[in-house]
Design a protein around this ligand. Sequence first.
Ligand code: ADP
Ligand code: MG
Length: 342
Amino acid sequence: MTIAILPARLANQIAAGEVVERPASVVKELVENSIDAGATTIRIDIEKGGAKRIRIIDNGKGIAKDELALALSRHATSKIKDLDDLEAISSLGFRGEALASISSVARLTLTSKPEAQESAWQANAEGRDMAVSVKPAAHPNGTTIDVSDLFFNTPARRKFLRTEKTEYAHIEEVIKRIALANFDISFVLTHNHKIIKQFRVANSTIQRSKRVAQVCGQKFIDNAIEVNCEHNGLHLHGWIAQPSYFRNQNDLSYSYVNERMMRDKLINHAIRQAYADLLPSDSYPAFVLFLQLDFREVDVNVHPAKHEVRFHQGRYVHDFIYSVCNRALKNELDLNVDNSNV
Ligand code: ADP
Ligand code: MG
């Protein structure tokens, strides 16, 4: 064979292999785009576990007509422009791949209207070269991305889709994780035209606790210790459950780094260690924790789906999380002992 550049669609489908694993990954990418666009209201409509349709409607800043084609192209982003930006990422996105990838493995239409533009426009990318066509549309300020028939043209991928129920459950989990990190955004999630989850804007402490209870259960909040500690540029806050409220599965562990949801080994290890001799063996702690630190201190460009990060000072971050959580748990135990003496 001779060497040839791949057609755009095929190249994008290869890239999609890394980020578009299942409907829930599409939902994650699109909702994160809405958040980056400053939306305060995000609606997520799902049909048939996302295999039939995923539609995200936001009231964010929108995309100008003459940038619609770029938004659908690979390596095109409004979020970074040089290496300096890459080393201090404050947005959720920066790879400029999601829309191009998704539209190569599904039927995607993008409809948008920035406030400053009089009317809305709709775009989609067709054919092997993914040529973008644009036509007039009706839409309020903001953006709607409509994705149907996921993996219709990549049968190998489609085969890996699980049941509607399982795929929907993954989507709901993504929305819960995102809702926990964005109290100032309201979310509505529907499945097969029924509202399943609704999160209102949570500005006050009480409203925030309510949202946490909505996601993690009232029992979690009733058994949670609030932590909030700042030291040398690291800030950890959130809720950790008392050891008595342990889980038999690792199903209530939510951690975030600079508002980005994570499944980070270092963070999980630090937290488990804080609970080490307080939990029965084979059980898991429940927590919702937000770590905030200088964007320059953490590399998010480690994994295409951005599930992991790399800390420049990993040991230091680990020990900070460990000691804040361990101290909070020990204090709580002391308090309980004191109370039982009264
Ligand atoms: P990335 O998020 O990494 O920049 P994407 O492919 O997800 O790449 O999106 C490409 C570009 O399209 C973004 O940089 C942004 O400018 C624009 N965009 C995508 N979704 C939205 C949205 N919901 N609202 C406004 N702009 C958006
Ligand atoms: Mg994105």
